[in-house]
Each structure stands twice: as structure tokens, then as C-alpha cells.
Design a protein around this ligand. Sequence first.
Ligand code: HEM
Length: 188
Amino acid sequence: MVSERSVALFVHILGAVALAIAMGMVQVVGSRIRTASDITELRLWLGLMKSTGALWPASFGTILLSGLYLAGTGWSFGSPWIVTAIGSVVVMGALGRGVVGRSFASLGQGAGRASQLDLELIARVNRPGLWATTTALNGMAIGVLWLMVSKPGWGQSLSVVVLLGLLGAGAGERLARRSGVAQRGVLD
Ligand code: HEM
């Protein structure tokens, strides 16, 4: 007999898989965006990026609802790893929507209006804050995954998510700076 909890855990992990797909697509398509050599290529990859849009609310919603059910039926809402996971998912959703989603939407509009890939557009495409945020989200998600399997106390719960988030942000910032230099080189 399949229990309700097993179904909820299955749905929860399905949400985590969808999130991993969305994050993977953002990194792969993102690297194409940062290395686009002309405006047509840039528009093409930004269009593909737009298609990941629905995956984010769907995966976050699925993870959060099923996670709340799992936490309420088998654990306590006072457990450090659960509180940290809920906080992390809320922060990730806010950054994803507020920074990543908005930046790609505005880049899409800018690329739609532009007649060519000029220095101004290249600077916008390689804005370190955008890529630092996308990779910070990846780091935080890996941190939350660790919380799920090890269920640690406050110290480890907070430090793992913060540390991996910061490591991710640093990696994204470096990626953007490097690709900005390379993409400007295409115009020379
Ligand atoms: C990025 C976000 C998240 C990911 C990738 C994720 C992933 C996972 C995975 C893979 C498991 C299975 C672990 C195992 O069976 O050992 C799990 C279990 C669980 N998750 Fe999450 N989760 C996330 C967010 C959340 C949130 C926000 C909550 C709380 C609202 C939550 C609550 C739970 C609970 C209660 C379990 C069951 C733990 C158990 O009974 O062993 N998760 N999660």
C-alpha cells in the first residue's frame, strides 16, 4: 500500500528534479547568451531562456507545498533544517523572480529593439550581478539538498546554504567578467 507521505516525497523530489532542469538550462543557455557573436544569435538564445520561465514557479511551488506537507506530517516546523530550507526557498524565489527573471525580460526587450550587438548591449548581457545571482541560486539549492539528506542543526544548516550561495555567486561573477572580455573581443 502506497502511503500519502510516499506520494508527497515523490512529488517533492519531482519538484527538485524540475528545479535542477531549470537551473541547468539557465547555465547552458546562459553561456550561449554570453558568447553570442551577433544580435540574431543573442535573440535566439534569449528566446530559449524565456521558455524556462514557467519551470521556476512550478518547481518552487511543488517543492514548497509538498515540503510543507512532509514537514508537518513527519517533522517539526521548529527544526533548524526545515526553517532554513523554507527561508532559502523563499529567498531563492524572490531573487529568481526579482533579479534573474526581470533581467532576462529586460535583456529580451533590449535585444528586440537593438539593430546590432553593440558595447552597451554586451555590458548588459555580461552584468556580473545577473550571473552571480543565477549561480548563487544553484549553490543555495545544493545547500538545501544537503539539509534534506543530513538534517543538521542551526550552525550547519545556515552555514552550508550561505557558504554555497556565496561560492556560487563568486563563480558567476568571474564567469561574467571573463565572457564580457571575450564578447567585446568579437567586435574588435
Ligand atoms: C531546493 C529546495 C529543495 C530540494 C532540492 C529538496 C530535496 C529533497 C530531497 C531530495 C528529499 C529526499 C531526502 C531523503 O529521502 O533522504 C527531501 C525530503 C524532504 N524535504 Fe526537501 N527539498 C527542498 C526544499 C524543501 C523545503 C522548503 C521543505 C520544507 C518546507 C522541505 C522538506 C522536506 C521534508 C520534510 C523531507 C522528508 C525528509 C525525511 O522524512 O527524511 N524540503 N527534499
